[in-house]
Design a protein around this ligand. Sequence first.
Ligand SMILES: CCCCCCCC/C=C\CCC/C=C/C(=O)SCCNC(=O)CCNC(=O)[C@H](O)C(C)(C)COP(=O)(O)OP(=O)(O)OC[C@H]1O[C@@H](n2cnc3c(N)ncnc32)[C@H](O)[C@@H]1OP(=O)(O)O
Ligand SMILES: Cc1cc2nc3c(=O)[nH]c(=O)nc-3n(C[C@H](O)[C@H](O)[C@H](O)COP(=O)(O)OP(=O)(O)OC[C@H]3O[C@@H](n4cnc5c(N)ncnc54)[C@H](O)[C@@H]3O)c2cc1C
Length: 560
Amino acid sequence: MFVPAIKGQGTEEQQKKWLPLAYKFQIIGCYAQTELGHGSNVQGLETTATFDPMTDEFVIHSPTLTSSKWWPGGLGKASTHAVVYARLITEGKDYGIHGFIVQLRSLEDHSPLPGVTLGDIGGKFGSGAYNSMDNGVLRFDHVRIPRDQMLMRLSQVTREGKYVQSDVPKQLLYGTMVYVRQSIVADASKALSRAVCIAVRYSAIRKQFGSQDGGPETQVLNYRTQQSRLFPLLASAYAFRFVGDWLNWLYTDVTQKLEVKDYSTLQEAHACTAGLKAVTTSATADAIEECRKLCGGHGYLNSSGLPELFAVYVPACTYEGDNVVLLLQVARILMKTVSQLTSGKQPVGTMAYMGKVQHLMQSKCAVKTAEDWLNPAFIQEAFEARALRMAVNCAQNIGQASNQEEGFYERSPDLLEAAVAHIQLIIVTKFIEKVHQDIPGHGVKEQLQNLCNVYALYTLHKHLGDFLATGSLTPKQGALANEQLGKLYAQVRPNAVALVDAFNYTDHYLGSVLGRYDGNVYPALYEEAWKDPLNETVVPEGYHEYLRPLLKQQLKLSRL
Ligand SMILES: CCCCCCCC/C=C\CCC/C=C/C(=O)SCCNC(=O)CCNC(=O)[C@H](O)C(C)(C)COP(=O)(O)OP(=O)(O)OC[C@H]1O[C@@H](n2cnc3c(N)ncnc32)[C@H](O)[C@@H]1OP(=O)(O)O
Ligand SMILES: Cc1cc2nc3c(=O)[nH]c(=O)nc-3n(C[C@H](O)[C@H](O)[C@H](O)COP(=O)(O)OP(=O)(O)OC[C@H]3O[C@@H](n4cnc5c(N)ncnc54)[C@H](O)[C@@H]3O)c2cc1C
């Protein structure tokens, strides 16, 4: 994040100076924004950067305990430099948060520089999974840096101390977070596909019950309940891959537009990266835990690979923006878009469907049979109607409040659900668009169409309350969707293992005895157990000190 921050907020001259040093590992940088007292609320950060015209320097200072930088990855022990986000103060005025390049450690002996206190913030969730990352704490005691270490693409301070805001939107200050959020969506697909690969392969070899006459037991992958829990996660892994590919295109397109000072799609990029990051990471974190449960007791073993995957993955719901905070950002943009509908301003991009407000507010879903739900047009319209009607309902309720802000906070739980509905529409839309493309490989397109329908109808089933409450569907149509879902599971079943093999993960990368490509799980589980340090001795340590005296004492007592 150190590099993207300099690329996005540094001048050409600053990029020429600092990026080669970072690329060659002559310096190691981190992104020091979050503080002990503030993370979500960037504008609430307390670290100060006060310009001193006498020396043409900024004085970086941590005025309070809560202003201590806290969490930045790589800060605790590895980094020599940081992009530090601080309140810029010049001529006695506070101009809000800006980025500054600050050296933290000596390039001679790695010791902290004068006025710099830093270290690691301590152990984190899980059995040390994320402890390979030195998330750090950092405090400044009036540390001086040259004025030219303020990142000056978005705004400048002159030699005399005058603040100059350039003509770019101030939101570009947040550009690094947008970049990482879009890459986190692809990351969600990778993490989810790993968990699903393990769970599908294990479910194919695991047999429990099913035979009354001494014949072979039943593969648990054949149980309808296993399929109804597992196949939507398989479909989600593909869905997040395709929407992540599209989001990367959107981000690249926005970045190219920024180069020519076209800021027209900045809001779309913010809404899509924030919303898709929130929805895909929440779904993936829940799915990895579900995959653990789908593997029964063995899923709880570290050798299954699932506990570690879960412990490393779950902070994705928090870092790069707490998911609720990000979804509220999407909700703000939805409310703004709804308010502009009456002005005749046509929504564009992923909000374009809201321009069909007259139709979507009164449309009646035409589904009459379970098979009708295989028609992408019916799915698309149902998701558009649900999302639009939820947004309009929120806007109407906010409009009844004494003021907009009050109304927004009062209705924020509903707004959250409206934002999720909007983002799920984007995911479904991009999956439908993907399967409409030419897709090579015999039978591949049909399998992806099945997974697209599984993702859409499972999401519809899970959120059926939204569809019924907004009148987007009738209960009968909801029941037909569930009926079709069951039929789709039966079509996915014969190809389930092939669909996870298609992720092409090596056993090493997967790190799971349950997800081995060869399915030879039981010998691998048994062999792995003996690597447990507890098995280095046959009689456990502590027997003579604790167990033997206890056993002997109980034996004496029993003979009295
Ligand atoms: C580098 C490769 C990565 C590989 C990826 C895979 C794995 C990654 C693995 C580990 C990475 C972990 C590292 C973690 C790093 C971090 O966590 S860094 C810190 C992250 N912190 C946050 O995300 C903070 C979240 N908070 C905010 O973003 C902001 O505070 C806010 C919530 C948006 C509020 O902003 P503000 O206080 O300014 O107020 P608003 O009124 O809401 O917004 C004002 C207007 O600006 C618009 N806006 C807001 N944000 C953006 C944006 N990002 N882009 C564009 N526009 C934005 C907002 O819509 C308002 O617009 P309006 O005035 O028109 O309404
Ligand atoms: C593993 C990990 C790595 C990280 N790496 C970095 C890094 O490299 N650099 C960096 O700068 N930071 C980093 N962070 C910090 C991270 O960005 C923040 O923790 C994150 O942005 C959440 O902010 P917070 O901790 O202030 O949460 P808070 O905002 O305090 O969240 C607490 C609760 O308050 C709720 N909440 C907050 N505001 C609102 C609101 N307006 N409306 C409704 N509810 C609200 C949230 O939804 C949440 O439920 C990292 C964090 C983790 C866990």
